[in-house]
Design a binder for this molecule. Sequence first.
Ligand code: FES
Length: 121
Amino acid sequence: MMGQWIAACRTDDIDPEDVIPFDHGGHAYAIYRSPDDAYYATDGHCTHEQTLLCDGLVMGGVIECPKHNGRFDYTSGKALGAPVLVDIRTYPTKVMNGTVFIEVGAGGGVRTAGVGGRPAE
Ligand code: FES
């Protein structure tokens, strides 16, 4: 199955080093903007319990879950230690004309780590 590129938000909807929620097709995602203006996307819920990560703290490429302070590298999805033991799924992003797109529904469960979408200019 091919993935599908979905417009998630405008680039300036997210402050640098912040995260916003994005829902599509009944699935919650989290969209991140790094300090150097790269954009990343992960599942919206922590892999520990079903807590929304968009309410957490973003710092230095890491999202900290608001519930038990579990941390993930949001560029790779890697779980960084207890209580989060399961990596979080990441999604490819790209930026076109000031809009951030994420690729959802790609087949095979391929982990698509670390290619942050950047504005073209
Ligand atoms: S629910 Fe996220 S660390 Fe427990």
